[in-house]
Each structure stands twice: as structure tokens, then as C-alpha cells.
Design a protein around this ligand. Structure first.
Ligand SMILES: *Cc1c(COP(=O)(O)O)cnc(C)c1O
Length: 378
């Protein structure tokens, strides 16, 4: 049986050209001069995508490795770290901060609203004594987008290094790491870029490199130590053997996104049309404001279980949607309309299946989901 159509917020659909690129012959990434130039090309494409003139690196491991590597490399025992928490990944950052000896101070937010820059400014005026701040751009478990373009400049003005998890926004929402003043901005292969899971990448500002080089204590650990990547090109040396074929795939995926002049506009159009379809159908979006155009989370109709709705959609329609993740108090259903998932025909099929599943369980959408979606596209 064919695997189900992925409409999850990662992994997303992988296109044929990416799969083909991955099936190229293996080359030796530690010895073949061609590979160093190829890898450099990949990092330049990432830098372009996230809007930085500075260095980017790609690590062999999923997005989480990027979060951990940033924390491991920047944090020294006792450093005060401000962790912005209004979702699962925001809270999760704090675990890595603690793991590497950082002293966590939470900036608590509301799971259903993005952070308010004015409140953050007030907090920083009261207490600016942080070395680092961790922020999540798109909280994938709730579909909430935090105003990083407004928060990162505030933090920089107060001399605080920023680490931004943009795993589920890079490639779906415009990013400008340098203009926003982000020091480390990190992503993964399997979300909006629509390569298979397996790679993390980070852009690193000169200020972040300086902080890494200035450390008094060596980084605890090897695999997460970004200082190994400071001069890989000059030395023609990598800290470990890189997964070449995953990188072939990521390179092809980056080419697709960078050549797609409509990519952000498509995410915007599809994102707002999905939200219109959900609300016009009589369902409630989980975020009250600050919706991400890459993923939509909504509450199941009262009395219905999200797990049963999703099972029906999987079994009868062979489409995989996502449920809740982690500590969310309300169970939600999530549609990942990011990357290669973000095509009108795919999203229409997912909404059609959702509509049918809701009716199957006795809930009549106030307006057919696909009709609203189609009408709201332009
Ligand atoms: C997917 C994701 C990650 C990384 O999780 P992995 O399981 O390592 O892919 C990190 N942060 C956010 C916001 C994500 O959506």
C-alpha cells in the first residue's frame, strides 16, 4: 500500500527531484575536494534564504540538534538566559539551557497569543542582565507565530545574544536574520524545505562566534560544539563524516525554494484561506492572534476526539494530519501546509477529507470547508 499523503507539519512531502538528488553516488566528504565546494555552496544558499551575509553551517542531525548545539556552544555555567516560553518548543529550549549550566529566567507568554513587544521592552528595562535569549519563531504545536522581527532588535539593543528557532518558518515565511539582529537562527530539513528529516542548519553572527571563541570554559561535548566549524573550509576538515546524500537532497530542496518567486505569497494565500475555511466551518482556531502561514491548529468540535477524527482521515482517505504535541492543555488537530504540502490541490484534498470525517462523526460544518478555502484563495 502507498504511504499516506503527508499533511503534517514535518516531515512534509518530498519532491521527486529531491529524492533523485539523494540517490546520487556517495562521495567521500572528508577527502574529496569537490565536496568542500559543494558544502560551501549549500551554506551560501541557506545564508541567502535566511537573509544573512555571515556564515551558516549544516549539521548531521535533526532540528533539535541545532537548538542543542546553539545552547551548548554559547552558554557557560552560570550564564543568565532569558527563555521566551509560550509553547512546547519555547519551554523545551530551557531544558537545553539548564543542561549546559545556564540559569533560566522565563519570559512567560500565552499559548494562544504571540509575545507583545511592549511588555518585553518593560521587562528588559527592569532587568537587562542576560547574556542570551532563546525564542521560537513559529510554535509548530499551536501554529502561533511570534514577532521575532520586533523582539530580536529589542534584545540586541540591550546587548543580549539571540538564538531563534525558526525550524517551521524558514522557507515558508520571509526571514531576515541580519536585519532583525538575530545571532543564531536555526532550522531543519524536514519542514518548509521539504527534504527528509536528518539535517539541522544554523546561521551564526560574528557576535555569536566572538562569544563562542571568548569562552572561559570549553564546550561540554563534541557533537554540539560549534567551534569545530569555525574554520572547516580553511582546514578542509569536518568534525565528523557528513551525510552526503542528505546534503544532496537539501541542496536540491534549497534550489527549489530559492527559484520559487511565489513561495512566500503562496504560503500566505493558503494559510489565510485554510483559516477562513476552518472558522467558516464553525471550528475554532487555537491561536487567537498571530497565526502562522505554515501550520494551522484548531480545536475539534466539542464531544469529538481529535485522535478519532485523524484516524478516520487516515484510514478512509489515506491522509495524515497531526494532533497535539507535548503539554498543550487542549487537544488540537494540525494541518501542516508548509513547503511541498502547500499546494492548493493537496490542501483541498486534506480539507475535503476533514470535512467528510467531521460529517461522519455527526458534525455538519456550517460551510463546506473546500468551498470556503477555494473562494478565499484570491
Ligand atoms: C520540528 C521542530 C523542531 C525540531 O524537531 P525535530 O524533531 O528535531 O525535527 C524544533 N523546533 C520547532 C519549532 C519545530 O517545529
Amino acid at each position: 500500500m502507498k504511504p499516506p499523503m503527508l499533511m503534517t507539519p514535518g516531515p512534509t512531502e518530498v519532491s521527486e527531484d529531491v529524492l533523485t538528488a539523494m540517490s546520487r553516488s556517495v562521495i567521500n566528504p572528508d577527502l574529496d575536494p569537490v565536496f568542500f565546494e559543494f558544502y560551501r555552496g549549500v551554506t551560501r544558499k541557506i545564508a541567502r534564504l535566511v537573509g544573512t551575509e555571515h556564515e551558516a553551517v549544516v549539521l548531521g542531525g535533526e532540528g533539535i540538534l541545532g537548538l542543542e548545539a546553539a545552547c551548548a556552544s554559547l552558554i557557560e555555567p552560570g550564564d543568565r538566559v532569558l527563555c521566551f516560553a509560550n509553547g512546547v518548543f519555547g519551554y523545551g529550549f530551557a531544558d537545553f539551557v539548564k543542561l549546559y549550566g545556564g540559569q533560566v529566567v522565563f519570559c512567560y507568554g500565552d499559548e494562544r497569543h504571540p509575545f507583545d513587544p511592549d511588555e518585553v521592552l518593560t521587562l528588559l528595562q527592569r532587568d537587562p542582565g542576560f547574556k542570551i535569549a532563546t525564542l521560537v519563531h513559529c510554535e509548530t504545536p499551536t501554529g502561533l507565530l511570534n514577532p521575532v522581527p520586533l523582539l530580536a532588535p529589542l534584545l540586541r539593543k540591550h546587548g543580549i545574544l539571540t538564538v531563534v528557532d525558526a525550524v517551521s518558518s524558514i522557507g515558508g515565511i520571509p526571514i531576515a536574520a541580519d536585519a532583525w539582529g538575530v545571532d543564531i537562527l536555526l532550522g531543519g530539513s524536514q519542514k518548509c524545505l521539504s527534504a527528509p528529516p536528518g539535517l539541522a542548519f544554523l546561521s551564526i553572527s560574528p557576535e555569536a562566534w566572538a562569544a563562542i571563541h571568548r569562552r572561559k570554559q570549553p564546550v561540554a561535548g563534541y557533537y554540539c560544539n560549534l567551534s569545530h566549524w569555525a574554520d572547516w573550509y580553511e582546514r578542509k576538515w569536518f568534525p565528523y563524516t557528513l551525510p552526503v546524500n542528505d546534503l544532496f537532497g537539501l541542496d536540491a530542496a534549497l534550489d527549489r525554494v530559492l527559484a520559487d518567486a511565489d513561495v512566500y505569497e503562496r504560503h500566505r494565500r493558503v494559510g489565510q484561506a485554510v483559516r477562513r475555511a476552518i472558522t467558516a466551518g464553525g471550528l475554532e482556531l487555537f491561536p487567537k492572534s498571530g497565526w502562522s502561514d505554515t501550520v494551522t491548529a484548531f480545536l475539534p468540535p466539542s464531544g469529538l476526539k481529535e485522535s478519532e477524527i485523524r484516524r478516520e482521515i487516515l484510514e478512509r482517505h489515506r491522509i495524515l494530519l497531526a494532533g497535539s504535541l507535548g503539554t498543550l492543555t487542549d487537544p488540537v488537530i494540525r494541518i501542516g501546509h508548509m513547503g511541498e504540502n502547500c499546494w492548493v490541490d493537496r490542501v483541498s484534498r486534506a480539507l475535503e477529507a476533514l470535512d467528510a470525517a467531521l460529517r461522519h462523526f455527526g458534525f455538519q460544518p456550517a460551510a463546506p470547508l473546500v468551498d470556503t478555502f477555494t473562494a478565499a484563495l484570491d
